[in-house]
Write a protein that binds this ligand. Structure first.
Ligand SMILES: N[C@@H](CCC(=O)N[C@@H](CS)C(=O)NCC(=O)O)C(=O)O
Length: 290
């Protein structure tokens, strides 16, 4: 289809339109497509996720909480393969009616609590463990402002720029220009903000960093969308400094491994049920054991 010759019909109908890399999973309707119970492991927190930036926010948070000594943050992380449509199973939809990873159940409450939307999970966990969120009423709004900045801004990065630059079946100059403009503006917002701050909310590492890093750190450090050169990411020197510092944290390195299906096998811990799994159950070891 030549986009310049396309006239939208009066009423759009779903006729199996090309959705690029997501053709097999994209649907214009909500709800489940099949019956499937979710597994429940031994820990209070049950995470149903995948190692994408939205999933990694939560696994980093949980690893940070455990490193701070909050044993109640022990968790089982179950793999949800969104390419296979696992997010449309009935059990998953019961936890997240929006059918997107990550989704979480807290079985330490009666009745168990469901939480969906990664930002809500970070806030829930920060409140539950009284950690990684400023308690000072002067700093708390700043932390929440940046957390919500991430939740509101990143769809332009992922669904806009990433989709049209990396995933779309053919390049559309108008769409790439529009979203590149916005992503570069967002990087400049971060760069100016971080020019005189170690972390997003000053000297304290908080859920604002945990929310923003997997997306914007990933863009700068890990060739997300193969776009580092195109976006000239090296010019955002303050974001780069912040991204590198956070990327060095052991908790962040562990969080990035959980529910991961791509990259080096020794960095993929497809399911996590115990802290020792990082040493014994990475994909290289599982495959070597046959
Ligand atoms: N705002 C949501 C976004 C979640 C989201 O977009 N998840 C994607 C993966 S990163 C997903 O599950 N996509 C599957 C689908 O759209 O069917 C959050 O932060 O939790």
């Amino acid at each position: 289809m030549n986009e310049s010759s396309y006239t939208p019909p009066k009423v759009w109908k779903w006729e199996g339109q090309e959705g690029g890399a997501f053709t097999s999973t994209n649907r214009p309707i909500a709800g489940s497509t099949h019956e499937k119970e979710l597994p429940v492991g031994k820990h209070p927190l049950q995470l149903y996720s995948l190692g994408t930036p939205n999933g990694v926010k939560v696994t980093i948070m949980l690893e940070e909480l455990l490193a701070l000594g909050h044993t109640g943050a022990e968790y089982d992380a179950w793999l949800i393969k969104i390419g296979d449509g696992d997010q449309f199973g009935s059990g998953f939809v019961d936890v997240n009616p929006n059918s997107k990873i990550p989704a979480m159940m807290d079985h330490s409450t009666t009745p168990p609590t469901r939480i969906f939307e990664s930002g809500a999970m970070l806030m829930y966990l920060a409140a539950k463990f009284q950690a990684l969120m400023p308690t000072d009423p002067a700093n708390r709004p700043e932390c929440l402002s940046w957390l919500f900045w991430q939740m509101g801004s990143t769809p332009y990065l992922g669904g806009g720029f990433g989709h049209f630059y990396h995933y779309a079946p053919h390049p559309i100059e108008y769409a790439i220009d529009r979203f590149t403009m916005e992503v570069k503006r967002q990087l400049d917002v971060l760069d100016r903000h971080l020019a005189d701050k170690r972390y997003m909310c000053g000297d304290e590492y908080t859920i604002a960093d945990i929310a923003i890093w997997p997306w914007y750190g990933g863009l700068l450090l890990f060739q997300q969308y193969d776009a580092a050169e195109f976006l000239d990411v090296e010019t955002y020197t303050h974001v780069m400094r912040w991204a590198k510092e956070i990327g060095e944290r052991d908790t962040v390195k562990r969080g990035r491994m959980v529910n991961r299906l791509r990259g080096e096998l020794h960095e993929q811990l497809r399911e996590r049920h115990d802290a020792s799994d990082f040493d014994t159950k990475t994909q290289d070891k599982i495959e070597a054991a046959g």
